[in-house]
Write a protein that binds this ligand. Structure first.
Ligand SMILES: Nc1ncnc2c1ncn2[C@@H]1O[C@H](COP(=O)(O)OP(=O)(O)OP(=O)(O)O)[C@@H](O)[C@H]1O
Ligand SMILES: [Mg+2]
Length: 270
């Protein structure tokens, strides 16, 4: 079966200091991996600057690889026109790090859900208010909320965990096949992190969604992921099924990463 997402020999070189900058930074170097046809949670972990967000940006079509190829459902990802981009964005949705940045503080959060629903159909079709409310409610139920609970609320009237769940609900409205969540729990209280990653597990099982989960948090990665990739300086240093890899890391860097986390006492699950 064709993989949902396939990166093959992807390299991204940034020119620092703008178009005329002289310094070249290889943010991602010859990276290849797949998200399979079956729903899967793939974690990408690695120290700051190892290229994780750059990979996310390429998968989301926000930047193009310098070399190599990305295929989604067997088709090369090329997002030249607006309509192509819109169609692609339905299939692959981002979940941002800081939900408070994803929402305008002066706008009621339900508006975002309604607007996302109403923007879905192509020209000539319309989703009315009732239908938009129904879609918003259905998406909220998947994240353990209801429209009743968030209706008319401003972002500051919700907790960080609730707001992150509303952001995830919004990402679900277009019925994507892949979520790309870049550090989705780093701004959320430690006590609520497990609730968010549990939610990822449920979305995988109930909706057949695949999720790329980018994190520094090895404990939640261990707990929720099927597969894991460990990155260092733009390259993959270790990969495989999450539990065997984290139980018994082979690469010295993976071992050091695990030890650092254990020493900081952040990882009761490991
Ligand atoms: N738009 C950009 N222009 C120039 N250099 C960039 C750009 N984005 C990222 N970089 C550089 O590319 C490298 C990888 O950055 P990236 O943000 O992908 O790392 P990361 O693994 O997501 O780090 P973190 O854990 O801190 O989020 C870094 O050296 C960074 O400075
Ligand atoms: Mg990052």
């Amino acid at each position: 079966m064709t993989a949902l997402l396939h990166l093959s020999h992807v390299t991204k070189v940034y020119r620092q200091g703008g178009m005329l900058g002289r310094r070249l930074i290889t943010a991602v170097k010859d990276v290849s991996f797949e998200v399979g046809a079956e729903p899967e949670i793939l974690s990408i972990v690695g120290e700051s600057g190892s290229g994780k967000s750059t990979i996310a940006a390429m998968i989301l079509g926000q930047t193009t690889p310098t070399e190599g190829r990305l295929e989604f459902s067997g088709k090369t990802v090329s997002i030249h026109s607006r309509s192509e981009r819109k169609a692609f964005m339905k299939e692959v949705q981002p979940v941002l790090q800081n939900p408070f940045e994803a929402f305008n503080p002066l706008k009621r959060v339900d508006r975002y859900l309604f607007e996302t629903a109403r923007n879905l159909p192509g020209p000539g079709k319309r989703i009315d208010r009732k239908e938009a409310e129904r879609m918003a409610d259905a998406a909220l139920v998947h994240v353990g909320l209801t429209l009743e609970e968030v209706k008319g609320r401003f972002p500051h009237e919700l907790s960080g965990g609730q707001l992150q769940r509303v952001a995830i609900a919004r990402a679900l409205i277009p019925q994507p096949r892949l979520l790309v969540a870049d550090e989705p729990v780093s701004m959320v209280d430690a006590s609520l992190r497990m609730a968010i990653v549990n939610l990822f597990g449920r979305l995988k099982n109930e909706l057949g969604l695949s999720i790329i989960y980018i994190t520094h948090d090895l404990a939640t990665a261990y707990y929720v992921s099927d597969n894991i990739i460990i990155m260092r300086k733009g390259e993959i240093v270790e990969r495989g099924q999450a539990r065997p890899v984290l139980d018994n890391p082979q690469h010295p860097y993976s071992r050091a990463l695990k030890e650092a986390v254990l020493a900081a006492d952040f990882a009761p699950a490991l």
